[in-house]
Design a protein around this ligand. Structure first.
Ligand SMILES: [Zn+2]
Length: 411
């Protein structure tokens, strides 16, 4: 049988970088190359209904084993795209066998060194085989580790009809990294009672909490006129916006000063002209009520700034990004509990972590498909130093198979 490592090494060689400046869907046609090949691979494994829809989503079914048609259908989801932040072209994966704590120097850029001191999770992976890229690209373990694990688990279930389980749905999605992974996800067609994204970090993790997230665009309107004749008339919106940014606290409430359960506000795009300057900020918190407080506070601070600049005017627009999936998952505790049981049956310790970001599951949970996130073994996301342990990927396959079996015991 093809191993999860063989599949992973094959998938990471596809360049599947998504592009947030694109208006097509998927954002890049190259993602479709892998998506189509995955559908073909699933069909070859015997998942006869595997197909790619008009938006590029791959869906397929591992049919229920005899007598298990009454078991609720569950799903497993992974995304094929890689982050636009770093090149995913020409990825050359390297398997570093039997890790022993040594520095792993990536040959294409010797300044790229994976060190135990910088990567505490490596400490418990002595003897593991660690996969990295070669130093100039990301690896793409985020989320091709998850893709490889799901395909391998599907192949295992097909080859082991002695493991009773209900129908298992599989979906591979494009454009997760640019926040559009669920834009055309057909929850009704997927037809599962719940799903699991296989897109988490170290072994044993089951994640049920993501940020609640909005963006707020604060536009400062000034007044432009010929600078030679502007005395007493010009209002420079760039200076108003700079004054506003300067009023943001420097010792708290920012990505660089918060961790764990703390939220933040984060100016990340400025479009500037004398007449009109807009500052776009990410707003993040685990509690939606506190998210709203942060937005109200930002708007008040911007209003206060504008008051100090006679003639200036403010416009504020809030856009919802996603919500903490815990709100949905708390109402269906068995979904995460079965994932934890699957982890325990794989001989691993269950870990949970707050996701300081969003997953496709954050959106899917509110679209009617409760979807916690399970570890895939990914580390150093979006980095040249991205890595994954082969043995962790094998454990993730085991967890998927266990989960199918545990749900299979429910009817
Ligand atoms: Zn991911």
């Amino acid at each position: 049988m093809t191993s999860v490592l063989d599949r992973f090494l094959r998938y990471v060689r596809y360049d599947t970088q998504s592009d947030e400046s694109s208006s097509s869907y998927p954002s890049t046609a190259k993602q479709l190359v892998l998506l189509r090949d995955l559908a073909a691979e699933l069909r070859e494994l015997g998942l006869q209904d595997a197909d790619v829809d008009a938006h590029g989503y791959v869906m397929a079914t591992v049919p229920a084993t005899p007598g298990k048609a009454g078991v609720p259908t569950i799903g497993f989801i992974a995304h094929v795209d890689t982050s636009p932040e770093l090149s995913g072209a020409g990825v050359t994966p390297i398997v570093h066998r039997s890790y022993d704590g040594r520095d792993l120097v990536l040959p294409d850029d010797p300044s790229a060194v994976l060190r135990l001191a910088d990567n505490p999770p490596l400490a418990e992976l002595m003897g593991h085989d660690i996969v990295t890229a070669s130093g100039t690209t990301l690896l793409g373990a985020d989320n091709k580790a998850g893709v490889a694990e799901i395909v391998t688990a599907a192949a295992f279930l097909v080859a082991h009809p002695d493991i009773p389980h209900g129908a298992v749905r599989i979906a591979f999605t494009p454009d997760e990294e640019i926040g559009r992974g669920t834009a055309h996800f057909d929850v009704a067609r997927f037809g599962a009672t719940c799903a699991y994204t296989m897109d988490g970090g170290g072994r044993g993790e089951v994640e049920t909490e993501s940020f609640s997230a909005d963006s707020i665009t604060l536009t400062f309107h000034g007044f432009n006129t010929h600078p030679g004749y502007a005395k007493g008339r010009m209002v420079n919106a760039i200076k108003v916006a700079a004054d506003f940014v300067d009023r943001l606290p420097s010792d708290c409430l920012s990505p660089e000063t918060t961790a764990e359960a703390e939220g933040y506000v984060h100016p990340y795009v400025v479009q500037a002209s004398v007449e009109r300057t807009s500052v776009k900020l990410l707003v993040r918190d685990f509690e939606t009520a506190r998210l709203k407080e942060k937005e109200a506070w930002l708007e008040a601070l911007a209003q206060e700034t504008v008051s100090a600049w006679p003639g200036a005017r403010l416009e504020a627009v809030v856009e919802e990004s996603y919500r903490n999936m815990r709100v949905v998952l708390d109402g269906r505790p068995e979904i995460a509990e079965r994932a934890r049981e699957a982890v325990r049956r794989a001989g691993l310790e269950v870990r949970s972590r707050l996701i300081r970001g969003g997953t496709d599951g954050s959106r899917l949970s509110f679209m009617g498909l409760p979807t916690p996130n399970v570890f895939a073994g990914e580390h150093n996301f979006h980095s040249r130093l991205e890595w994954v342990s082969v043995q962790d990927m094998e454990k993730a396959v085991e967890v998927i198979v266990n989960l199918c079996g545990i749900w299979g015991e429910t009817a």
